[in-house]
Design a protein. Sequence first.
Length: 574
Amino acid sequence: MTHELVWTKLFDMPIVMSIRGRFRAGAVTAALALAFLPTGQASAADVNNAKNAGFEAGLSNWTCSANSGTTVTSPVHGGTTALKATPAGQDNARCTQAVAVKPNSTYTLSAWVQGGYSYLGVTGTGTTDVSTWTPDSAAWKQLSTTFTTGAATTSVTVYTHGWYGQASYYADDVSVFGPDGGGGTDPTPTIPGAPSGLAVSGTTSSSVSLAWNTVSGATGYNVYRSGTKVTAVTGTSATVTGLAASTSYSFQVTATNAAGESPKSAAVTGTTTAGPVGPALPKHAVTGYWQNFNNGATVQKLADVQSQYDIIAVAFADATSTPGAVTFNLDSAGLGGYTVDQFKADIRAKQAAGKKVIVSVGGERGTVAVNDASSAANFANSVYAVMQEYGFDGVDIDLENGLNATYMTQALRSLSSKAGSSLVITMAPQTIDMQSTSNSYFQTALNIKDILTVVNMQYYNSGSMLGCDGKVYSQGSVDFLTALACIQLEGGLAPSQVGLGLPASPSGAGSGYVSPTLVNNALDCLAKGTNCGSFKPSRTYPDLRGAMTWSTNWDAAAGNAWSNAVGPHVHGLP
């Protein structure tokens, strides 16, 4: 007789039977067992067992080797903060967290990473420890792997790390997804309340400082001027810069976290003081670049910069993925744990001492390109935002890979319209960039002559160049400095807009270091007509602005020999 299969249902569970054959016992037994399970015995929903997974509470629950980790507000993948960890020396910037898990369970480990080489892994699983990694990435990228715990495993160690000699890496939104290990999970954030206690804590001719009370659950704050957001901060104070003198402004503040933004606080009015037209700088000034990184020179906090420097150029702003736009990220790990709040306080202290602190854009590896109207607007808007965030007095243009005179002029004029007459603009072209007024750098300087502070040409890392007398001069002599400066002085720049840029020590440049005595001789030759070499200018320039050096850090590494000699000499010029 032909065997036929028929289907029946027992409590909605399929059971396979044969008319003539016997029941398929295994299938039926399993079906019955499932059918009669007591209700409510299903396993609990999987959860993210990692604590402070988005670093919204700083480094709470995390431990980073050699103080290599900090939290930053940009870039972030989710929420308002992310981890930044910087390998240094023999340390790979390993950040770990102990995570409670269940035995004999499977978990998915994941994190979003960006920047230098990034590793994600887990140890102590009781079975096979796993890890995954990616080379450096310019955009956020998700790393993911799975692991299974052993029969007695109740805790594992999750880690991220970078690689030796590589750039900083960023990590955010870490997840250890699986059965609840009993360690608790981060509570779902709620939108914080509106800040209270907003008050004006200080004013200058171009800025208003604000302070307010801490809001529970907030991870950041937005500052509004006349209803428009002007800056975002993580602390309970901010200084809004770029304001007009003798003008009243209305301010409000909101609190933010991953859930959203609070209502605005009550408004307060701040009125700027009267101020001079243009930056209040001495007639003769010394500019020094301060390194926001550790390359073997003395690591300094901004407060450590020698008092001889009148303009401190913070090197460098960082390019973003938006054409022309920049941002600034303090290298807290590379600078020995220097915090953003300390940095901002040091800027204010330097300004209170009569110094100007500006942000430099470019450097040897700078990739900022301003070559159309859109990127020019992005540049102006982003530099202005950085100025407001940190309290910078202006910007330094140190783009060593070329610039477009038309659109950089447009960008700097737009920035000037936002920041007002107190804006400091400096430039640091290479020698080749200032050989002729037809060069883009020289054109840009002349285009903005009415708002330009000083051009500190780099008289180093250069081959032989023409002087204003048509003769060829080699770097390392008084004649090289004076004959090349003469091109700028006779090419349309005011003497007050010309400075001499030199390395602070032989370590500060590949070539071109000269002794402070030779720098002073060149200054004397140009300003007073004395101590010249074979080249002697046809006239003197007593309003010559002064000198610049790379860098305050290399100066400190050499015992401040450069600033101790050149600084008093510049300030003593007629």
